[in-house]
Ligand binder design. Structure first.
Ligand SMILES: [Zn+2]
Length: 210
């Protein structure tokens, strides 16, 4: 990340913090989206930036505000010029070359270690009174977090080796996965990095981007 990008991100984070200053619990206002909320929490635990990918009006900005509360720089983007590439209910109108150019222009974003597609929330979840995970609960989890382990168990090493060859992960993606999995293990209060932590870390890499 260049110095200018870092300055921009810091300014944006401060702006979001100001915006949510009077808000009791930004995450509590988001219905459903448990997977996205978890990705935000993992980003905070592993101190890595988070990229939220979603069509317009799928709650990216609310999630970014919730992330700012946890001191995570979350960047929002649509998945393609028209915005509907990852939307299972609306067809994307972009040509493959347009999508390719879109992501070539955003090469830095494509490298971000924790990427999360924000799915549309099913109507029954929107109508439900349950809010799911709240910011207060996320903060509590972060406070209870143990030290970040460095030891990879044998199953974790095997999984990383498999993912490296089968998914064609780059050296940088491997390094990022082993930072993110330490955060996940610490969040779970584990003294080792186990296969389940590794699996979750690998899951956040950009698999489905064009
Ligand atoms: Zn599109």
């Amino acid at each position: 990340m260049t110095k200018a990008e870092k300055t921009y991100l810091k300014a944006r984070q401060n702006l979001l913090k100001e915006k949510i200053n009077n808000d009791e619990d930004p995450c509590g206002d988001i219905k459903g989206q448990e997977h996205s909320k978890r990705a935000v929490l993992v980003a905070a635990a592993s101190e890595m930036p988070n990229l939220l990918i979603a069509p317009p009006s799928h709650g990216k900005s609310m999630l970014a505000a919730a992330a700012a509360r946890l001191d995570v720089v979350a960047i929002e983007t649509r998945p393609c010029p028209c915005g509907e590439y990852s939307n299972p209910f609306t067809a994307c109108k972009c040509e493959p070359e347009q999508i390719q150019k879109f992501w070539t222009d955003r090469a830095n974003l494509k490298m971000m270690p924790i990427q999360c597609e924000v799915p549309p929330v099913p109507a029954r979840e929107l109508l439900s009174k349950m809010t799911g995970t709240t910011t207060a609960r996320q903060q509590e989890q972060l406070e209870r977090m143990g030290p970040k382990p460095t030891n990879l168990t044998e199953p974790a090493k095997t999984l990383l080796k498999q993912a490296t060859s089968e998914l064609g992960m780059s050296a940088r993606q491997i390094a990022d996965a082993t930072t993110v999995d330490a955060g996940i293990a610490a969040l779970e209060g584990s003294k080792d990095i186990d296969a389940q932590h590794m699996a979750e870390a690998i899951h956040y890499r950009p698999l489905r981007l064009p």
